[in-house]
Design a binder for this molecule. Structure first.
Ligand code: HEC
Ligand code: HEC
Length: 406
């Protein structure tokens, strides 16, 4: 048991060292996008930061803060640290790392520059998580009150967070439609404003400065690749993008353009950026469609729907043939036993690794089964590979190509 655990830990550490962050978090949203829905039917809510409807905030009382502390210790401390210093016991396995609240530099806000976020801003981030990062969407796991409570508690963690919130920026009226003129103007403004220095001429996140950027914790940070809408941390809607351009991401090299672009210009640039992925979508619609990691591998030969139920994988044995492109859709189920699970395959963990799939928020991974043999898969969600999910094991059998033929 000990050696096995040590092995697991070794595997996780190796994964971290490989910097396997980004692509692992490809996700499939829990909400179905409706194709050509009749106008009369109510639109499904858009699960993105700037569209999220924030419920009324309860008054901040000592009781609420005490509840928030309990919620924090149970759900957040493992990543954010017992005192919110970003140094929880899982932190070293995570890329990007969890926020250090005590440093007081918060990124996802409706307020500009270094101004403090509003409580509603924090509530949005806590509710929806940050896409493409290990920060989970707590909306599916904690009640509204618990999320408000933890927001109230976070603010007590550092004097820096105690001040008054900034004033939300004005975005002006959101365009009802993206016109070719907006996109053309936006493209010019994108060049003039210098976005390409970081995000690249064509928005692939590969500008001349891209490899040199650091965040306020002195950790390397990449500019977003605009062709991967599912990696936009706030969400990939016109409004999310316009908000980011206006506020900037405090504590990162992503500047606020509030002084240099007026709201109409911001919407134009946002339209250009938005159009680089999913050009056919209307402005209000989210891009929460299923986008799989490994999309460049082409169409999968096999699709496996893998479930977690009561801390076990179903099916526990997966068999494929060498050379096949395999897609695994992984869905934790709601059984009151903890809602975040992952999948890593020893020997394939560089290609097939899912971190923090949640109830209501399954994730997928696509990889090529290019090594024959028998491999163990296990729960890769942080902190879970050792003692927490001991039963979550399965076997991947990759039959040698010649064996699979008969
Ligand atoms: C699995 C690890 C993990 C857990 C558990 C987790 N977080 Fe996070 N959290 C992160 C990471 C990583 C980030 C930073 C993502 C980024 O900005 O790239 C983050 C960012 C945040 C932010 C963003 C602050 C900003 O800069 O705007 C808030 C707020 C936050 N977390 C609150 C919480 C709360 C509250 C909980 C518990 C209910 C929680 N987190 C649990 C990993 C985690
Ligand atoms: C100095 C470098 C730099 C410049 C210039 C810059 N960005 Fe960024 N941008 C970044 C970095 C770094 C991030 C990633 C921040 C993060 O992960 O929190 C980012 C993130 C973004 C995001 C994604 C936010 C999200 O939700 O994930 C958008 C949209 C964006 N930038 C648009 C722009 C536009 C448009 C311009 C020009 C008007 C611009 N950026 C200029 C560095 C830059």
């Amino acid at each position: 048991m000990e050696t096995e655990r040590a092995g697991k830990r070794g595997a996780s550490a190796a994964l971290c060292a490989l910097g396997i962050s980004i692509a692992l978090f490809a996700m499939v949203s829990g909400c179905e996008r409706r194709e050509a829905a009749a106008p009369a039917s109510p639109a499904p809510p858009i699960l993105s930061w700037s569209h999220f409807e924030v419920p009324p905030e309860p008054p901040s009382t000592p009781d609420l803060v005490a509840d928030g502390q309990r919620v924090f210790n149970e759900n957040c401390a493992s990543c954010h640290g017992p005192r919110g210093e970003g140094n929880g016991r899982c932190a070293e396995f995570l890329t990007p790392g969890p926020r250090n609240f005590v440093a007081g530099i918060l990124r996802f806000k409706s307020t500009p520059g270094a101004d403090l976020p509003t409580d509603a801003d924090l509530f949005r981030t806590v509710s929806l998580g940050l896409r493409g990062t290990p920060m989970p969407p707590w909306k599916f796991l904690l009640s509204d009150r618990d999320r408000w409570a933890v927001v109230a508690y976070i603010k007590t963690l550092a004097p820096a967070l105690n001040g008054p919130a900034g004033k939300p920026v004005e975005l002006g009226a959101e365009p009802q439609q993206i016109t070719p003129q907006m996109v053309a103007d936006g493209k010019q403004l994108y060049a003039d404003a210098g976005c390409a220095t970081c995000h690249g001429d064509e928005g692939y996140g590969d500008g001349p400065s891209a490899d040199t950027l650091l965040d306020s914790a002195q950790m390397p940070i990449r500019p977003r690749n605009f062709h991967k809408g599912f990696e936009f941390k706030r969400g990939h809607t016109l409004r999310d993008i316009a908000l980011t351009i206006t506020t900037g991401n405090n504590g990162t090299p992503m500047p606020s353009f509030r002084e240099s672009l007026d709201p109409a210009q911001v919407w134009d640039v946002a339209a250009f950026v938005y159009g680089l992925d999913n050009p056919r979508l209307a402005p209000g619609s989210g891009s929460m469609s299923a986008v799989a990691q490994g999309a460049n591998l082409g169409h999968p030969d096999v699709v496996i729907n893998l479930r977690e139920r009561a801390w076990r994988y179903e099916p526990a044995v997966i068999q494929v043939t060498e050379g096949q492109i395999v897609r695994i859709n992984f869905q934790p189920t709601d059984n009151g036993l903890g809602a975040g699970h992952g999948l890593a395959i020893d020997g394939y963990d560089k290609d097939a690794f899912i971190n923090g799939a949640l109830v209501g928020r399954p994730k997928s991974v696509t990889f090529k089964a290019d090594k024959p043999g028998t491999f163990t898969f296990y729960c890769a969600t942080q902190c879970s590979t050792g003692s927490l999910h001991p039963n979550m094991k399965g076997t991947l059998v990759v039959l040698a190509a010649n064996e699979g033929k008969h």
